[in-house]
Structures are given as C-alpha cells and as structure tokens.
Design a protein around this ligand. Structure first.
Ligand code: PLP
Length: 407
C-alpha cells in the first residue's frame, strides 16, 4: 500500500499530531534536529513559571519535586531506550555527558589507551575525545571510516565511541551486534543515541553496553537546548568516580560536606543545579510518548521514509540526485538523505516554500521522519515539491544561495 491517504487513514499514531503546535503551511522534516513544540509543553511552562516558580519560590525544590526531576525524566527516557529504571539520568548537554562517560570508560580500562571512533562521527563527540585526551595526558583517538570500525578493534582500544544513527547518511548500526564485537575485543561501549531515541525502540540493557548518551531536543521534542541524558549499566554505576564531581552528584548535596562523596547509582553523574524550566518542558514533551506503542513508532518511521524515497525517485530523473542513505530500511534510522550538487540552494528553496529539511556539507539534503506528527500525505507532498523545485530550477535564485550561519 503506498497511497498516502490510505496510509494516513490506517495510521494508529495519527491522533497524536494534534498534541503538537505545527505552523500552518509547514511540512516539518527537521524533527531530527529540533522537534516541534508539544502543546502540553507550552501550557506546562506557563504553569511552572507563574505558579511553581512564581508562588513557591525556593520551596519548589521539594513542593514540586524539582530536585528529583533528573532521575524521574531519566526513567521516562529509559523506557524508550530499553534501560532498567534507575539507570538513566537527565543532565547537561550530550557533549558534556560524552566527556563524563569517556572519562569513566578510560578509568575502567587503565591498561588501554585508544578511544576508537568513526571519522565521520558527529564532530562534538570527536572534539570531546580530543579534549579529554589532552587533559588527562593519556590516550589517542583512533578515527577510522564507519565501515571499518569493527576491524579497527584490538587490545589497545579502551572504549568505542559510536553514534548509532549517522547524522549525515542516517545509516544505523546494529546495537547488539556492534556491542558484542566491542566487548569481544575487551573494550567498553559508549553509544551516542542522539538520532535514535524517540524515533524507534532501542534495546540498551539487552545489548549489555556500558554507557550511552542522547539529546532531549530532537525526536524527544524537549525544546531548543533541552537537557540531554546519560545511561550507565546498573552494575557499574556504584563503582564510577565522576570526572566532574559537582555538588548535585554528591550523596548529600545539602550536607555541604567539604569533600565529594558520590551519590549511589547513576545520580553521581549529575553535576550542578538542574535547569528546571527546560526539564519541565522535556517532561511535558515525554507525556506524548506515554500514549505510544514503540513498535508502532518504528513501523511508521520506516513507512514514512520508504514512501519519501519511492516518491522522490519516481518523480526526479535519475542523475539529478542520489540516495545517500542505506536503501534497506533495517539499516536506516528515521532520516533520509539525498546527495545533490546544488543541495544547499535546493533546501533553501524548499524551506521558502514551507518544506523544512536541512543541509549538511558538502552536498547532503537531509530529511527527518518523526512518526509522532508527520502525515503520509505531507511526505508525498514534500517529495512532489522537491521534484518541482529541481525540474523548474526554482533553487537557482540568488536568495537561495546565501549561506546562513545555522544550516
Ligand atoms: C550525534 C550527535 N551527538 C551530539 C550532538 C550535540 O549534542 P549537544 O549539542 O547537546 O551537546 C548532536 C547534535 O546534533 C548529534 O547529532
């Protein structure tokens, strides 16, 4: 079945679209970068600001449970990533969480010096690894092409730092099989789940991976700069010495002890005062996921992407653009990328016409398919407009060639 109207009529998630504020006339294919506003988040934020903060003042830390919010949100995200309760905490940014967990991984393997990563990994992960190595005066970053990562495992590798879904191509690694190979080489596995969480179910506990991080503002729709999360395999948490030992990771922050004594469990990796407004927005955004069967999420993510590829390839003559994502949906996350020599201008032309995707240098047009609010009809319409823009060269207008600072 590839009739968009029939697919929409049969979609078990169709009713969730109404939980989001989506601007009139916009087809939003960038929820893999920044999710849209859940209506509940807007209402919650107003209440948190005016009633909780405004009226309760400092009493809000206990009266409104602000102090435990990082753990409570961690458990809500834990359900989406296959983590046991108590293994996930929401805190800081993904970059900072990569730092904390890479440092922990290096401590777990004192006799090994290599941080192994994919040379095309999201740059912040590589930058953080470089910075950590310089700081601790130990280690080397071994960057290899994504397809060679497993062959590059050897007895020097302390930790493999990999992003499950590649931010450019959308290529997805098999979490369990990759983790098993990393473990067979004696290394620690640290997953970046930025482009996985909230797009399809993840089986972190079953994979046995030691550590994971992910973003709150992409498929989780927590808002711009929403806090990130980190996961620690439960058997390891009580043995970790946090590299960033802040007072909110202390066993008793309000004892004002002059020395650091880590909290039990994953909470020891918290650092400072949690950003409550951002956390409550994320909390409200996660309410939408309570209504979702994760199997439906995965099935729709796949069906939306398949429809887009089929419609684009049916309408655009071969040679003008080329699929840059794996064709096999089992090897793809919830995004589809096409290579196009005029990709930047084409994406600008699409945005000007209300179809929001994004561009990644040098030539990738990237489209995200978030299952909670996208309709099949929108996806077919986006493919139609892309084909028209190419056919009529509407991208070749001066305003579409001007480079913006955020792409
Ligand atoms: C794979 C991946 N990791 C990390 C980040 C950045 O995370 P943060 O800005 O929250 O530190 C991104 C942002 O797009 C990303 O795609």
């Amino acid at each position: 079945m590839s009739d968009p109207a029939a697919l929409d009529a049969a979609d078990p998630l169709a009713g969730l679209r109404d939980a989001f504020h989506l601007p009139e006339g916009v087809i939003y294919l960038d929820g893999n970068s920044l999710g849209p506003l859940p209506k509940r988040a807007a209402a919650t934020l107003r209440d948190v600001v005016e009633r909780e903060w405004g009226e309760s003042l400092i009493r809000g830390w206990t009266a409104h449970g602000w102090v435990d919010l990082p753990e409570r949100l961690g458990d809500r995200i834990g359900r989406l990533i296959g983590a046991a309760p108590g293994a996930t905490v929401v805190c800081d940014s993904t970059s900072v969480n990569v730092f904390k967990l890479l440092a922990a991984a290096m401590r777990l393997r004192p006799g090994r010096d290599v941080i192994l990563s994919d040379e095309g990994n999201f740059p912040t992960d590589l930058y953080i690894a470089e910075g950590l190595i310089e700081l601790i005066g130990r280690g080397r970053l071994r960057r290899v092409p994504r397809e060679s990562v497993l062959e590059a495992l050897d007895a020097e590798v302390a930790v493999a730092l990999l992003t499950q879904v590649d931010y450019r191509s959308g290529a997805k690694l098999d979490l369990a099989a990759t983790t098993a190979r990393v473990h067979a080489a004696g290394a620690v596995m640290l997953w970046d789940l930025a482009h996985s969480t909230g797009a399809f179910p993840v089986d972190l506990a079953e994979s046995g991976a030691e550590f994971a991080v992910g973003c709150g503002y992409k498929y989780l729709n927590g808002g711009p700069g929403a806090p990130a999360f980190l996961y620690v395999r439960p058997d390891l948490a009580d043995g970790l010495r946090p590299a960033l030992s802040g007072w909110f990771g202390h066993a008793a922050p309000f004892a004002f002890d002059p020395s650091f004594r880590p909290a039990p469990g994953v909470g020891r990796l918290r650092v400072g005062t949690p950003p409550i407004l951002s956390m409550r927005a994320l909390d409200a955004a996660l309410d939408v996921f309570d209504m979702v069967d994760l199997a439906d999420l995965a099935a729709k993510s796949r069906a939306l992407s398949e429809l887009f590829i089929a419609e684009v390839e049916r309408r655009v003559p071969p040679g003008e653009i080329a699929l840059a994502s794996p064709r096999d949906p089992a090897q793809r996350g919830s995004q589809v990328s096409f290579r196009c020599p005029h990709g930047y201008a084409v994406v600008q032309a699409l945005i000007a016409e209300g179809v929001i995707g994004d561009f990644r240098a040098p030539d990738l047009m990237r489209f995200g398919f978030a299952p909670l609010y996208l309709r099949f009809a929108d996806v077919a319409d986006a493919a139609f407009r892309l084909a028209e823009i190419l056919h009529e060269r509407r991208w070749d207008r001066p305003e579409h060639h001007i480079r913006a600072s955020v792409t």
